[in-house]
Design a protein around this ligand. Sequence first.
Ligand SMILES: CC(C)(COP(=O)(O)OP(=O)(O)OC[C@H]1O[C@@H](n2cnc3c(N)ncnc32)[C@H](O)[C@@H]1OP(=O)(O)O)[C@@H](O)C(=O)NCCC(=O)NCCS
Length: 158
Amino acid sequence: MTIRLLSSSDRPLLREATLANMNWDGPSFTFDDIDAAQELSHYFTSFPSGSDFGLAHQDGDVVRAVAWLVFLPDEDPGYGFVDADTPELSITTFTDFRGHGIGSALLAELIHQARHRGLTDISLSVEDGNGARRIYERAGFNVVGRNGSSDTMLLSLR
Ligand SMILES: CC(C)(COP(=O)(O)OP(=O)(O)OC[C@H]1O[C@@H](n2cnc3c(N)ncnc32)[C@H](O)[C@@H]1OP(=O)(O)O)[C@@H](O)C(=O)NCCC(=O)NCCS
């Protein structure tokens, strides 16, 4: 098992992960849907820009999970947007590997590296009913806002 940094060559992987995130509750979205919607495709099309970074949890050639941070501007905010200086977290453990602690471990490492890089906060969006909320709460994220049927959560690294 290794944890490695994501690069621009991982964009197809982040596209898959973004689709999995949108479909956490069942197959509502297709690749065409996420490619066509800027508010979804911006999570992977220009990663990594600026101070964006992310990690893959990998066993041999098989990526089990990804977690990544994207800084988005005021004019193109993400679902969990707080401000342009606060990166938004996306995290996905691919289907066969869920429920074995991989997501929690990867999130802990991402937070550790974010702190080391001098980041001060991380935001995210979690839809009502998504059990992912529990790993966020355990990592110390708190609800700071509401966007449609989702909570915006924030972790202070200060
Ligand atoms: C949420 C997710 C990243 C967690 O990764 P993981 O490797 O399964 O996480 P862990 O094994 O460390 O922790 C499991 C926790 O996640 C919760 N969870 C949420 N969705 C889950 C799923 N589909 N399968 C298993 N656990 C899930 C579990 O309830 C569990 O909480 P608990 O320990 O209090 O019971 C992963 O399940 C996933 O990719 N889900 C689909 C996409 C998604 O919802 N992404 C987040 C969008 S906000």
